[in-house]
Design a protein around this ligand. Structure first.
Ligand code: ADP
Length: 425
């Protein structure tokens, strides 16, 4: 029998008893009133006890009850028990998460909408020198490097920023921000001191080796030229060997020159002046035509008179490399178009050839160092595989980018795009 049915039957039986006694004593109405009063009083007492118990958070054992109230207490008790179990599980999970993030070797700081610190792990406290009392402080007030403040302000978090640790200036940190949720951000910092040291060593090594190779190469080249002059061409083997040796020393010299240029691009401070690009291009194209033995393959179109802020020697190297490639990788009688023009957002140099073209899959790779596409060309084309790496670096130093489009058998187009903010005339 259900609990409600039991309650109703009890009330019904009491009513019946009251009716019988009431009819016998002729006191039905007063007795009915008394019964109603007793039932209401009982409920009021139960509610008061319940209210007292629940107001203390339902702590301690529930008061002993019967009927429908026993049922109510039972359900609440069960809900409380489930709630307690869930809370225990959740706090265990939070503890585990806290412990694992505390043990992380990388620094992690949770930032609020106003750049204030919500939480930081042990590594963050160590490398940034944060204290527990810094919670709620704005992070730019604590990490005051201009690069970092700019990075935080701009809000473009695709890249990361390299900073020295505010606690130990010998430590280099790679800092990146990961946005999540509504306006919240996670700041992550990694110690890259060793990595940066190794990178520096690699650059120094390449620079030193390239520099040291210059003198022996010059000596070799000098002796080779002398020997070639002395060669009476009596021995075809000797003549061929001299030619090959000269070809290889020239190749090596180009390699050394390109490597030194790349190292300079990676290590030297940028020096910007307002460069007359149309004049520079006219000169480069003239030199290109001169190299092509009066073939006059280059068509230069100067649609813009725009000068840009930059480093002349670097821009000359980049443009010469692009023009040199267009001439090298296209037939001797085809046209190479060079165009300098401006759009709403950029000022652009495009070098377009009608040459062999580049496979789609090779396009992202050709700007890597030493990458050369292996094709079955009729004529062997000399090169170091460093030209486009130089172009990419130069453009990076000028806030520009390189766009390559190509179609096999039809030709390629290389565009150097500089932001209009660089225009200076
Ligand atoms: P390289 O000294 O070999 O020319 P680059 O870095 O300048 O080195 O170019 C890398 C490779 O990209 C080249 O070996 C060539 O295969 C390809 N390449 C560059 N420019 C062109 C072009 N205009 N047309 C076709 N292929 C090109």
């Amino acid at each position: 029998m259900g609990i409600w049915q039991k309650e109703i039957i009890t009330v019904f039986l009491l009513l019946l008893a009251i009716t019988v006694v009431g009819v016998m004593t002729k006191l039905f109405l007063p007795l009915l009133f008394l019964l109603m009063l007793a039932i209401i009083m009982r409920q009021v007492v139960q509610i008061t006890r319940f209210e007292k118990w629940i107001s203390t958070g339902g702590r301690g054992s529930a008061p002993k009850m019967s009927g429908i109230w026993e049922e109510i207490y039972f359900h609440i008790y069960r809900l409380k028990k489930n709630d307690k179990r869930r809370k225990k599980k959740l706090s265990k999970m939070i503890n585990q998460f806290r412990q694992s993030t505390e043990a992380l070797p990388d620094a992690a700081v949770v930032l609020g909408i106003h750049d204030e610190i919500d939480w930081a792990n042990k590594a963050a406290r160590d490398v940034f020198g944060l204290k527990a009392s810094d919670k709620g402080q704005r992070i730019p007030n604590l990490i005051r490097f201009p690069e970092f403040i700019q990075y935080l302000k701009v809000g473009d978090y695709k890249e990361c920023v390299i900073l020295p640790s505010p606690v130990d200036h010998r430590m280099t940190l790679q800092v990146r921000i990961v946005p999540y949720g509504a306006g919240l951000r996670l700041l992550l910092a990694q110690d890259v001191t060793q990595l940066k040291k190794m990178e520096r060593m690699r650059k120094d090594f390449v620079a030193n080796v390239s520099h040291e190779l210059r003198t022996p190469l010059t000596v070799l080249k000098g002796y080779l030229e002398t020997l070639q002059d002395l060669d009476d061409e009596q021995s075809p083997l000797l003549t061929k060997s001299f030619q090959q040796m000269q070809g290889q020393t020239e190749r090596m010299q180009h390699l050394v020159d390109d490597l030194l240029l790349l190292t300079r691009l990676e290590t030297q401070q940028k020096k910007s002046l307002c460069i007359d690009v149309p004049a520079l291009l006219s000169q480069i194209c003239k030199e290109g035509d001169a190299l092509e033995n009066a073939e006059r393959r280059i068509q230069l179109t100067l649609e813009s008179t725009g000068h840009i802020m930059g480093e002349e020697q670097e821009l000359r190297s980049a443009f010469t490399n692009l023009l040199g490639n267009a001439l090298k990788y296209s037939p001797g009688d085809s046209v190479v178009k060079v165009r300098w023009y401006q759009t709403k957002t950029a000022i652009i140099l495009t070098v377009e050839d009608q040459g062999e073209g580049i496979e789609k899959s090779d396009i992202p790779k050709i700007t890597e160092r030493f990458y050369r596409v292996e094709t079955k060309r009729l004529k062997k084309v000399n090169g170091t595989g460093l030209g486009l790496a130089i172009v990419k670096h130069v453009l990076m130093r000028h806030d520009g980018d390189l766009i390559i489009t190509s179609e096999i058998g039809k030709g390629s187009s290389f565009s150097c795009r500089f932001p209009t903010a660089r225009i200076c005339n």
